[in-house]
Design a protein around this ligand. Structure first.
Ligand code: AMP
Length: 565
């Protein structure tokens, strides 16, 4: 298949904001792709990727490098390209203009095909170590010199992870249903959503859809892949928790660490994933070793909260203090001694070759207790009671807070494990604190001592429960980050993480892709016309950067409104 064919689809998608039109365009394309004898994995390109969603790795090619690549391919200086970019705010568009101009002179017909684009882009992920940057550059450059204007635009946007065609994963799922099951779209869409949460892989879903409805039943979770975890709904009263989860219910301590899905395949390979689907196996060799020894099963997927403790006093530490371990890629051994962690296992969803997602929670918990060999400060099962008594539940809650836990989780005993969903099978209850998880959508360059860094951050909440893509600004926060690395996340580190996410720049303000989540405390929230939410946080302060969270975890506009005065 010609790459230009795919680019025409991108272009058509970018020209409409209507969801149904997008579904039409995409389902036509999917039917063609199915017939094309190409690779099913090419479907990833529709969302600007070459990897399945369970593999969260990104191209990691900076904007600066892209400017160099465009310069090389077009023969225009980097300075000129930077100027164009500052004017237009989209390097893809800049590449289109330049390549279209160049190719006009040579009466150029592109020969790029999807296979070549996919293969080259995929190879980027194999490049590591010395000389890898140069190799990545040549892989992209080779494509760019052969691209026409439109292809150049979408190639560059793909590599920058900023396709701008407005296709959410839900739109793609809908399009698969529409393409292959037009007469039973709704019913099949439900099924697709269900199995997508298990597989996190559009190629697998696409392949099953081509084969027929029954093939969806063969999709199962398997160890070794990242998966979307089940998430709780928030409640404020015990009675509400019971109303949602039924009586009796399981009540557990809510630990203040970070979510880790631990999986071991039948070859004994242990892998660790965060709820953002990031592979953190290398950062936690201690957890790998404990899981390998103390979880007694041939293969498993165990859901857990990993909590840090002070190696001297043995007291548990809040998430903030172990967040460094998630980020650290080198010199890990020293950190393991300084910031040891304990696994608090609370669910098992795969065991000895079989998925347990459809077993009731109470049965899964029994399996969990059987396979975990508890060892102090290494691994334990989450503290749990089963009760229908509100008084007992409240006592358990108060005690959890007294010993420093975050609160409690209340879980429905009969519920199945629903990956990726806040379905109300489990709820969380914790004291309301003046703090929200928010996403950074913009930033401001610092001045004086802080020149060279982005030092103020525009933070946003989600627009509403169903909309994944829309964010509303609630304030600008400048304090909380550190200047010295030993004290926590620094302005310098945050700047380094934000720079590749910049989408446009105007004066001192940059806009960034909504990706980095921070917890922000504040004194109060007031109505304000300054920010797009209509509310502003007063005296906001970042308490901690949350590398383990993504935008589906952040506060909603309704949460913000509730706290406003
Ligand atoms: P929140 O992050 O406030 O939405 O709370 C949900 C998170 O609590 C989960 O994603 C887990 O990381 C964490 N957690 C702590 N203890 C438990 C537990 N016993 N069961 C389930 N989740 C827990």
């Amino acid at each position: 298949m010609k790459y230009s064919e795919l680019c025409n689809v991108y272009e058509a998608l970018s020209k409409t904001s209507k969801r149904l039109e997008k579904v039409d365009i995409l389902s036509d394309f999917l039917k063609k792709l199915a017939k094309s004898k190409g690779d099913n994995k090419w479907i990833y390109l529709i969302r600007g990727r070459v990897l399945p969603d369970y593999d969260a790795r990104e191209f990691g090619i900076s904007r600066q490098l892209i400017i160099k690549i465009i310069s090389k391919a077009s023969g225009v200086s980097s300075d000129q390209i930077t100027k164009d970019f500052n004017k237009i705010g989209d390097l893809g568009q800049v590449a289109e203009n330049l390549m279209a101009k160049k190719k006009q002179h040579t009466l150029y017909h592109s020969s790029l095909n999807v296979e070549k684009v996919f293969t080259n882009l995929k190879k980027i992920f194999e490049m590591e170590g010395k000389g890898s940057v140069d190799k990545k550059v040549s892989l992209v450059a080779e494509l760019l010199v052969n691209a026409n204007g439109l292809e150049a635009k979408y190639l560059i946007r793909t590599v920058l992870n900023d396709l701008r065609i407005g296709v959410a994963d839900s739109t793609l799922r809908e399009s698969i249903a529409e393409a292959f099951f037009p007469d039973e779209r709704k019913e099949v869409l439900n099924k697709i959503e269900e199995v997508y949460d298990l597989a996190n892989d559009f190629a697998q879903i696409f392949e099953a859809a081509i084969k027929g409805k029954k093939a969806f039943d063969e999709i199962e979770i398997i160890p070794g892949k990242a998966m979307n975890v089940m998430l709780p709904v928030k409640v404020t009263e015990i009675s509400e928790a019971f109303r949602m989860c039924g009586k009796p219910a399981a009540i557990e301590h809510k630990y203040d660490g970070f979510r880790v899905v631990i999986s071991k395949n039948k070859n004994g390979n242990v892998k660790l994933f965060t709820r953002r689907l990031e592979d953190v196996t290398n950062q936690f060799p201690d957890v790998v070793s404990v899981a390998g020894k103390n979880i007694k099963a041939e293969s498993f997927i165990v859901d857990s909260e990993v909590v840090g403790y002070d190696p001297k006093t043995k007291k548990y530490k809040p998430f903030e203090s172990i967040s460094q371990r998630i980020k650290r890629k080198y010199h890990i051994e020293k950190l393991i001694d300084e910031l040891p962690v304990e696994i608090n296992a609370f669910d098992v969803i795969y065991l000895n070759g079989k998925s347990l997602v459809n077993l009731p929670f109470i049965e899964r918990r029994k399996h969990l207790e059987k396979i975990i060999k508890v060892e102090k400060l290494k691994v334990r099962t989450a503290e749990q009671i089963i009760t229908d008594d509100e008084k007992k539940a409240l006592e358990f809650y108060k005690n959890a807070l007294k010993i420093g836990e975050e609160g409690i989780m209340v879980k429905n005993l009969d519920s199945i494990y629903k990956p990726g969903r806040r379905v109300g099978h489990m709820v969380k209850m914790k004291p309301s604190s003046r703090d929200f998880d928010l996403v950074i959508v913009g930033a401001m360059h610092g001045t004086g001592k802080r020149a060279g860094w982005l030092t103020s951050y525009i933070v946003a909440c989600r627009n509403n429960k169903d909309s994944k893509d829309k964010f509303l600004e609630v304030g600008m926060v400048s304090s909380g980050l550190k200047e010295k690395e030993s004290e926590g996340t620094t302005y310098k580190e945050m700047t380094k993480m934000l720079k590749p996410l910049i989408t446009s720049e105007k004066g001192r303000i940059v806009r960034v892709k909504p990706k980095l989540v921070v917890s922000v405390t504040y004194q109060n929230i007031q109505k304000s016309p300054t920010y797009s939410s209509g509310y502003a946080m007063r005296f906001p302060r970042i308490t901690v950067y949350r590398p383990d969270r993504n935008t589906s975890d952040i506060a909603n506009i309704s949460d913000i409104k509730k706290e406003a005065n």
